[in-house]
Design a protein around this ligand. Structure first.
Ligand code: MN
Length: 325
């Protein structure tokens, strides 16, 4: 992982806070994504504390400012608590991110992570929810820009030109030992401490997310997954599947491989392939006062992924933005 940091910008907290009231600028392009996602209980657990979420704005202005959000979360704290944590974190994250329409992306992501942390931390104060928390790995795809906000040991991988690269660092005890050179990858995989995570959403009053930025190209594939996949399926196998199959089929295959490996944990995968990067219409780039019309649309719209899409006012542009194949 260490050798990849030079191509992944990391934003210092001070750098971001310095411009707290800053306005960002809208992207001039949007990415057309082919998307697949799947979550599974696994073979051992009694309930699924993993969750995934995505949001594809149908309003061109929201798309220009905020892009498309993709996220996975792996809950902990046992039974009800873990499920509440992951669901609450994702819901709060998405609402907050799309609620701050004109803030620079990095700030909006940082605020959305803080809001998710606050919500879960508050929910965790109820008796019987000790240890409640979750991971959060989220991507914002804005034109050809990929931004990642990350806390915990879920992962985001980028497949480019056939090569798989893990962009996120695991916030886990073994992950830290591997980065320090104190453990090899092989030793980490066998460590009895491999489930110990060092950063989580909701377990403390505040949390510091890693924020990453990458440029995307047509043909790139993103994989967001929980440790139920990465803990039992090797990255070479993941790479082969993503190279051979489209997003939906890849998700089914990856889940099957995790189950075949014993399925010791809940497993969640979200795959997004960049089909094309296309210009947005001028109306998306209008510098309307605060783009408040678009903001209202985004914040009042139901975010559940199985809600039927609102009637497409701009079908020509965005009607085929998302294909869940
Ligand atoms: Mn897990």
């Amino acid at each position: 992982m260490a050798e990849e940091t030079e191509i992944t910008a990391r934003f210092a907290r001070e750098e971001l806070q310095a411009g707290w009231n800053e306005r960002g600028s809208p992207a001039r392009h949007f990415a057309r994504l082919l998307l697949g996602a799947k979550t599974d209980l696994g073979c051992v657990r009694e309930n699924n504390e993993d969750k995934f979420e995505f949001y594809i704005p149908s309003d061109a202005r929201v798309l220009a400012w905020r892009g498309i959000a993709l996220a996975v979360s792996d809950g902990m704290g046992g039974h009800a608590a873990g499920q509440i944590a992951s669901e609450l974190a994702l819901k709060t994250f998405i609402e907050s991110y799309y609620g701050a329409l004109t803030a620079p992306v990095e700030m909006a992501l940082r605020d959305a992570v803080a809001a998710a942390n606050q919500a879960v931390h508050t929910a965790a104060s109820v008796a019987g929810r000790e240890g409640m928390g979750c991971t959060l790995t989220a991507a914002a795809v804005r034109g050809n820009e990929l931004f990642v906000a990350h806390v915990g040991d879920s992962r985001l991988y980028l497949l480019r030109d056939g090569q798989l690269r893990q962009l996120t660092d695991d916030h886990s005890w073994v992950g830290e030992q591997v980065r320090r050179g104190a453990l090899t990858e092989e030793e980490a995989e066998l460590s009895p401490f491999r489930n110990v995570i060092t950063r989580a959403i909701g377990t403390a009053p505040s949390v510091e997310p890693d924020i990453l930025r990458e440029e995307l190209q047509t043909g790139d594939t993103l994989l967001l997954c929980s440790d139920g996949l990465s803990g039992v399926v090797r990255s070479e196998q993941i790479e082969a599947v993503l190279n051979e199959s489209g997003p939906s089929e890849a998700c089914a295959q990856l889940i099957r491989m995790a189950l075949d490996a014993g399925g010791p944990d809940n497993v969640t995968v979200l795959v997004a392939r960049v089909e094309s990067i296309e210009p947005l219409p001028d109306e998306a780039l209008e510098d309307s006062e605060d783009a408040s019309g678009a903001l209202e649309d985004a914040s009042t719209k139901p975010l559940a992924k199985d809600e039927p899409e609102a009637p497409k006012r701009r079908r020509g542009l965005l009607g085929s933005l998302l294909h869940r194949d």
